[in-house]
Structures are given as C-alpha cells and as structure tokens.
Write a protein that binds this ligand. Structure first.
Ligand SMILES: [Cu+2]
Length: 159
C-alpha cells in the first residue's frame, strides 16, 4: 500500500515536472484553418461528396458544408462530435462573388442542417483520435425513406 502510494507520488511529481518544462502549444483554436469542403447532396442524388473525411488532432479545420442541391440536408455524426472541440459555426452568404458572415454560433454543436443553395462553416479542432462511421442525413423524403437509406452516409477518421 505504502509502496504504491509512493510510486503514484513519484509519477505525479514527474508529470508536474514534464508539464512545467514542456513548451505550451498555445491556443490551438487560433491557428490558420485548414479548409475542407463537403457538398451536401448533388443534383438527383442524396450523397456527401466526398463521403470519407480525414482530420488530424490538434489542427484547426474550417469544414465548409455546401448544399448545391434542391433539398435541405443534415450533417449528423454523434461520434464525430465526441472527438472535436468546436470553436464556432458560421452561416455565410455568397452574393455577387462576395462572402458575408451572417451569424456565428459558439458552444458544443451536435448537427448542422444546411438549406438548398446555402453554406455553413464548422470551425473545430479534433482532440481525440477515432473513427466515426455514423455520418448521415436523417431527412425523410416523400417516399418514406431517409436520405441515409438512399446512400447519404459517410465516415470520418481522426488520426
Ligand atoms: Cu439529406
């Protein structure tokens, strides 16, 4: 008992030493973002393009969710949201070649719905490695099937 207690005390002291001598990485959410665009839907097809996404921990990403289709679409992955820190989500408007930010949302985000012809930007830093295989769009069409039933699914890997 006394032995294991002294071991853990030593470990704590080593950890403290390592923490105080290591260089601080700074504010990871303030890096220049790496931009990645995912199209939500394409004419006549419910799909994520691309449907396989790869990110690295500790880097800031600006995930541009663009909906060029005529249906609203969700970007939903519960597993993904457990692996990231969200800095913000922005709603942007593209008009006459000029991009204007309409709103910013801060805090934990669970899913995003983008309306036809619109764009949202998800700024986040992956904090844990993992594989999310639950990316989907749950909107149910007139045929009673969801977009994910029609193949609007995807996978996200964080390394
Ligand atoms: Cu959809």
């Amino acid at each position: 008992m006394a032995f294991s207690k002294s071991i853990s005390r030593t470990a704590a002291a080593l950890l403290l030493a390592a923490t105080t001598t290591a260089h601080a990485a700074g504010d990871l959410s303030r890096q220049q973002p790496i931009e990645i665009t995912v199209e939500l839907g394409k004419p006549g097809q419910h799909a994520f393009v691309p449907n396989k996404l790869r990110f690295e921990t500790g880097k800031l990403y600006k995930l541009i969710l663009r909906n060029p289709s005529s249906d609203p679409h969700y970007f939903t992955s519960h597993a993904f949201t457990q692996l990231i820190y969200t800095r913000k989500v922005q709603v942007v408007q593209n008009r006459d070649g000029k991009t204007t930010t309409l709103a910013e949302f801060k805090g934990a985000i669970r899913e995003i719905e983008v309306y036809p012809g619109q764009t949202a930007e998800w700024w986040f830093v992956p904090v844990a490695a993992g594989r999310a295989t639950d990316l989907r769009c749950g909107i149910v069409g007139a045929d009673g099937k969801s977009h994910s039933d029609h193949g609007m699914v995807g996978e996200i890997v964080i390394e």
